[in-house]
Design a protein around this ligand. Structure first.
Ligand code: NAD
Ligand code: DAU
Length: 345
């Protein structure tokens, strides 16, 4: 099988490419990535050689119709679109690039996929398209879309375009909607790597609002395994939810993370707790997400394999072992971003 994977130099895309190359000895992958602030060639360093030429990197924009047409001319069987602007806080600061990449970029990919007659187009979407929950209940695939941030609105728009291409042109598609991922290679603007790396640097740990917003956390390897299953066995035209069955308030999550970090660094359990700082809330902050993933469980036999405790242990260990990786990121653009986002909060 030959796959065009977009956004493969980001967090989940890089984990997915590594997963596929390890699992399937004969698969070939073309990774198209623009290398925005979130794209990092280091995440896939050495793979061209290690994979014996089965992995190729192309730098480019998913909005570049000429380039996409050329790539799809390389006998691609499946397109998997991970490429996106992915951070909610950045979308609140400036929504325009979110519309350009997440909406227009998806449309360019769909149009090229339609013209080339590709076998399958897979859109990597998010639970955030469903909106926000009260204290009980969970999102199912039938929950109406109700996005509330510029990021989630752009992802929902993309999902609707994907479904429109399926309905109008008969494009074979699948959409995956997953909850909050964590694990190796996650960019330190997101909650878990931000807390970990700030704690290691002795910096304040900014918890938004009252810290009682709830997220469902899934280890990135479980997400990759689910997307792989869906590509091979999902029913064309369908949406599949994925979740980690690990719902926690942000405060409880940060507490558990800091305890694990303290253990691995040989400190007392409460060693980092004094760094926690409650800061001004995110605008329009969604209160709670929770996923009902019964459909993929019953149809494809998928469940998350990692408990939060196992996933956290591996993640903390990875960030401790890969200090050079995150320290290189936390320079330049990142420092400007951090200053803009957190100063005076
Ligand atoms: P990320 O920000 O780490 O990576 C995004 C990648 O896309 C980067 O490598 C970037 O360079 C690339 N990119 C951005 N704009 C591009 C463009 N115009 N053309 C080509 N490449 C471009 O994101 P992530 O956390 O790995 O998320 C990947 C996908 O999964 C996104 O679509 C996101 O919406 C979705 N998702 C993420 C999560 C999560 O918890 N991180 C959960 C559910 C779904
Ligand atoms: O739910 C899936 C989504 O998860 C993905 O679609 C997004 O791409 C991904 O970024 C993520 O969105 P969130 O906004 O939930 O993730 P983030 O890590 O930014 O924040 C998680 C929670 O932590 C959220 O309630 C906001 C809070 N938070 C975040 C940061 C960065 C803080 O309290 N402090 C912070 O500094």
């Amino acid at each position: 099988m030959k796959l065009l994977i977009t956004g493969g130099c980001g967090f989940i895309g890089a984990n997915f490419i590594r997963y596929l190359l390890n699992k399937y000895a004969d698969y070939q992958i073309v990774n198209l990535d623009k290398l925005t602030y979130a794209g990092n060639l280091e995440n896939l360093a050495g793979l061209e050689e290690e994979s014996g030429g089965r992995y190729t990197f192309v730098r480019g924009d998913i909005r570049d119709a000429t380039l996409i047409a050329e790539l799809l001319g390389r006998e691609i069987d499946v397109v998997v679109n991970f490429a996106a602007e992915s951070h909610v806080d950045r979308s609140i600061e400036d929504a325009s690039v979110f519309v350009r990449t997440n909406v227009e970029g998806t449309q360019v990919l769909l149009e090229a996929a339609r013209k080339s007659g590709v076998g399958l187009y897979v859109q990597i979407s998010t639970d955030e398209v469903y909106g926000s929950l009260g204290p009980s209940g969970a999102f199912s695939e039938k929950t109406p879309l109700d996005p509330r941030s510029p990021y989630s609105a752009s992802k929902a728009a993309a999902d609707l375009l994907v479904q429109a291409y399926a309905h109008t042109y008969g494009l074979p598609i699948l959409i995956t909607r997953c909850s909050n991922n964590y694990g190796p290679f996650q960019f330190p603007e997101k909650l878990i790597p931000l807390m970990l790396t700030n704690a290691l640097e002795g910096l304040p740990l900014p918890v938004y609002g009252d810290g009682l917003n709830v997220r469902d956390w899934i280890y990135v390897g479980d997400h990759c395994r689910g997307v792989d299953l869906i590509i091979h066995h999902g029913k064309k035209g369908e949406v599949y939810n994925l979740g980690g069955a690990s719902e926690l308030t942000n405060l409880d999550l940060v507490g558990a993370l800091l305890r694990e970090l303290a253990i691995q660094k040989g400190h007392q359990p409460g060693y980092y707790d004094g760094l926690i700082k409650f800061v001004t809330d995110r605008l329009g902050h969604d209160r709670r997400y929770a996923m009902d993933f019964t459909k993929i469980q019953t149809e494809l036999g998928w469940t998350p394999g990692y408990t939060l405790a196992q996933g956290m242990k591996e993640t903390v260990a990875w960030y401790l072992q890969n200090e050079a990786w995150w320290r290189r990121i936390k320079t330049g653009e990142y420092l400007d971003y951090y200053q803009r986002m957190y100063a005076g909060r």
